[in-house]
Design a protein around this ligand. Structure first.
Ligand code: HEM
Length: 248
């Protein structure tokens, strides 16, 4: 084997393909780049979620004025964009990694489908803010919920079938990762459909606060926070499986 090629094999990821003595630019390891983007999405997802969690703690406080609470909630709608878009894009980026590792034969078409879905879903979240309070937003919210329901069901089924039968995914850590990834869709669907503490506060309006209504807001906020913690645990577990790839 060419001496330079042997030396290149020992070089770390970024420099893979760079042959000492060869005049030129080291080829970029695209797989490592996708892994980096994957981690960035993970960081911005959980990082922004911490901000949302804090907003919930503050917004449920009835001693704050309605204006302050409404401003916090408006801020939360923008912070919420980060985890939503990260969630939408982590799938196509993950598929790039699957293709790179050969865990599953991802065709060009499947990859294109994943990117189209990821980008369109991100645009939907932006549109939800742009058209807030209109009929368009109501329709988009419904589309969002149906998508979450179907995608959750799909990934839970694929993960579960793979863990119990070994197909279509033969690698256990990856099958478990997909199962938990599917559960994330359903937990978020639960938050989107069932618990709406922010809407309850906004519906009260200035001067509309009563002991009963505040009690209902506190209850809804506490349940949402419990679901949020479940969500964070699932996201951390999905990341753990991707990084440590445990065998059992
Ligand atoms: C909640 C969503 C997800 C989170 C937080 C997450 C997080 C992570 C993290 C932190 C790593 C380790 C990266 C490294 O240091 O190399 C990783 C690896 C990986 N992830 Fe994800 N991931 C998620 C979803 C997905 C999805 C949906 C797929 C595929 C469809 C995927 C495919 C992969 C693959 C194949 C690896 C291994 C890459 C390698 O070994 O080079 N991930 N993930």
């Amino acid at each position: 084997m060419h001496e330079g090629a042997i030396a290149a094999r020992t070089l770390p990821g970024w420099f893979a393909g760079f042959e000492p003595g060869h005049v030129g630019v080291a080829s970029l390891d695209t797989h490592l780049l996708w892994a980096y983007v994957h981690i960035v999405l993970f960081v911005y997802w959980l990082g922004a979620d911490v901000g949302l969690y804090l907003v919930m703690i503050f917004a449920r406080n009835p001693s704050l004025s309605f204006e302050t609470r409404a401003t916090l909630i408006r801020l939360a709608f923008y912070i919420d964009l980060f985890p939503r878009v990260c969630f939408a894009l982590i799938l196509p980026v993950g598929m790039q990694l699957v293709r790179g590792t050969g865990l599953y034969p991802v065709s060009g078409r499947l990859l294109a489908l994943a990117w189209t879905a990821g980008v369109l879903w991100s645009v939907l979240h932006l549109a939800l803010i742009r058209f807030k309070g209109t009929n368009i937003a109501r329709r988009l919210r419904l589309i969002n919920q149906v998508y979450e329901l179907l995608m959750g069901g799909f990934f839970i089924s694929v993960g579960f079938a793979s863990l119990t039968t070994g197909a279509p995914i033969g690698v256990e850590w990856f099958a478990a990762k997909l199962l938990l990834f599917g559960l994330i869709f359903w937990v978020i669907l639960g938050i989107d459909v069932v618990f709406q503490p922010f809407s309850m506060i906004l519906r009260m309006g200035p001067g509309g606060s009563t002991v009963e209504k505040e009690r209902a807001v506190t209850r809804a906020t506490n349940i949402t926070m419990a679901w949020a913690i479940l969500l964070y645990v699932l996201v951390l577990a999905v990341a753990f499986l991707g990084k440590l790839k445990p065998l059992w």
